[in-house]
Design a protein around this ligand. Structure first.
Ligand code: ING
Length: 303
C-alpha cells in the first residue's frame, strides 16, 4: 500500500518584529523534529514566514513589500530548502508572494509544494480571498486580504509525489465545498491546507465560539465527501494581540481526525497515511462515476 508519514508543523505566533531568519530557524527546528519521528512530508501554515499582516491597514508601500517574497527560495528561505535536502524531506508552506507577470506586479497569498531536491513541484495562489478591501474603523482589527492580495487566477491543480496526487489550498478555501470537489475531480488524494484563523470574527461575533467547530466541520466534511486526506495546519496563538485558532489536524478520507495538535504553539503532529484508503470512499459511497449527477447540478459551476 502507499503509506506516507505526513507531519503537520503547526506554528505559534509570528510577531511583527520577528525576523525571517528567526522564523525560518523555527521552521527548520520543526522539520528536524518531524524528520526524527520519521516524517517524509512536512506541512506548514498559510503565511508561515510573517505575521498575519492583513490585520492592519498599512499605507507605506515599502513596509507592505517587507512582508512579501520576490523570489522562492530567497536568501532568507534558502536555509530551509537546504536543510530539507539534507534531511530528504519534502515540504509545503505558505507565504506572501510578489511577482512580475504579464507586464504587471501582482501580490498573491501563495503556497508551494517542494520535493526532496528542492524543486517547487506545485505552486498555488489563494482563490477564495476573505475579508475586505478598505479600512473599516468599526473592527477591533482588520482582515484586509482583499486589499493586499489578488485572487488566484488558476484553478486548483495536483502534483505527484510519493506515488500519490497532492493538491494545495489556503485557509478560507477550506470553507468552500467546491475546493475539495474540484480537487477530487482532478484526481487529488491529499489536500494540504494552511490557515491563519482569528478566534474573533468581527462581522459575526456570536459565532466566535464556533471557530474550532467550523474549522474541523469544513475539513472533515471535505475529506469525507470527496475521499481525501486533509492536512489542516494552523499558525496559532496570540499574534500581535490577536488570538489565532490552533486545532491543527490530519484527517482521513473517512472524515476521522487521525491526529490533532493540543497546543497553540510550535507543535509537530504526525500520522501514517495509507493513501489507498481514499478508495474506501471513492469506490463506494462517493463513487462519482456511478452516483454523481452533474447534469442535475447546472447551477453549481455557473459564475
Ligand atoms: N482567515 C479566516 C478563515 O477563513 C475567516 C477568515 C475567519 C472567515 C472566520 C470566516 C470565519 O479561516 C483566512 N486567512 O482566510
Amino acid at each position: 500500500s502507499r503509506e506516507i508519514v505526513i507531519a503537520a508543523a503547526q506554528m505559534g505566533p509570528n510577531q511583527r518584529a520577528d525576523s525571517r531568519r528567526k522564523i525560518v530557524q523555527r521552521m527548520i527546528a520543526l522539520m528536524e523534529k518531524a524528520a526524527r519521528c520519521g516524517a517524509q512530508l512536512v506541512v506548514y501554515p498559510e503565511l508561515a514566514l510573517t505575521t498575519f499582516f492583513p490585520r492592519w491597514y498599512i499605507k507605506d508601500t515599502s513596509e507592505i513589500d517587507s512582508f512579501f517574497e520576490t523570489e522562492m527560495p530567497g536568501a532568507d528561505t534558502a536555509p530551509l530548502f537546504t536543510r530539507a535536502r539534507e534531511l530528504g524531506i519534502t515540504f509545503s508552506f505558505g507565504f506572501a508572494e510578489k511577482t512580475e507577470q504579464a507586464g504587471g506586479v501582482h501580490h498573491f497569498n501563495t503556497s508551494v509544494l517542494v520535493d526532496k531536491n528542492s524543486n517547487i513541484i506545485l505552486r498555488y495562489r489563494k482563490i477564495h480571498i476573505p475579508g475586505h478591501s478598505q479600512y473599516e474603523s468599526w473592527r477591533p482589527f482588520q482582515h484586509l486580504e482583499k486589499f493586499y492580495f489578488k485572487p488566484g487566477t488558476e484553478p486548483f491543480s495536483t502534483a505527484r509525489l510519493f506515488d500519490a496526487e497532492f493538491s494545495l489550498a489556503i485557509c478560507n478555501d477550506r470553507r468552500w465545498p467546491e475546493t475539495y470537489r474540484e480537487m477530487a475531480l482532478r484526481g487529488a488524494e491529499i489536500a494540504l491546507i494552511g490557515y491563519n484563523t482569528p478566534m474573533h470574527y468581527a462581522p459575526m461575533p456570536s459565532h466566535d465560539h464556533l471557530q474550532s467547530f467550523h474549522n474541523h466541520l469544513c475539513m472533515q466534511a471535505g475529506a469525507y465527501q470527496n475521499g481525501l486526506w486533509v492536512i489542516g495546519v494552523a499558525k496559532a496563538g496570540l499574534e500581535e494581540g490577536c488570538q489565532l485558532l490552533g486545532q491543527t489536524c490530519i484527517i482521513a478520507p473517512t472524515g476521522e481526525i487521525a491526529a490533532q495538535a493540543s497546543s497553540t504553539d510550535d507543535e509537530v503532529i504526525l500520522a501514517l497515511c495509507d493513501i489507498d484508503r481514499v478508495k474506501e470512499i471513492r469506490e463506494n459511497v462517493f463513487n462519482f462515476k456511478h452516483h454523481r449527477r452533474p447534469e442535475m447540478y447546472p447551477l453549481l459551476s455557473r459564475t
